[in-house]
Design a protein around this ligand. Sequence first.
Ligand code: GDP
Ligand code: MG
Length: 200
Amino acid sequence: PQKPFQTKLVLLGEAAVGKSSVVLRFVQNDFQENKEPTIGAAFLTQKCRLEDRLIKFEIWDTAGQERFHSLAPMYYRNAQASAVIYDVTKASSFEKAKSWVKELQRQANPNIVIALVGNKIDLLGRTESVEESTAQGEEDDETATATPEAGASSSLRAVPKDEAEAYAKESGLLFFETSAKTGEGVVEVFTEIAKKIPID
Ligand code: GDP
Ligand code: MG
């Protein structure tokens, strides 16, 4: 049997962007609507099998609150990978993500693999498809196109995808958009990080 290659990964980002939810989706394929805030940090592990290797992620899920900021270096020191998460419906969380990226690029392992992750894209689904469909002409019943399904909440995108993607590219980061709620894109984040981890 193949020996797993251990990889320390740290999750960073503003409080409530969905760090713990993304990990819960990756590790247990589960989602909780009202997840309790993380205190300090949580530790989880998950294996990820690629064609040529088995990676065991040792994941440090940090608390996003400012009062825990001074603890962060303890978690990203010696980390081979980091996922910096923001909420696509909240512009301030993208600014915070950029400041985490800067801090990692200054202070973390120079070879660290960083992924920038825009989470909560499920909140946009309805709105963005409405924008697209109105361009193609009127539907028979205008309320049917403009009103979200009963019980579904929708929000406006606050962080344009092309802007985030361009920033990621110029900063040498992997880039993803995800929904911890539906699971969209979550496995890809970890698989693509795993592919970039140098093993010798
Ligand atoms: P953290 O503070 O970054 O760890 O964020 P949490 O994982 O605790 O999530 C904060 C809140 O956002 C919780 O109520 C989650 O249920 C919710 N949440 C997290 N990810 C998503 C997502 O992809 N979509 C939606 N709609 N809600 C999410
Ligand atoms: Mg958390």
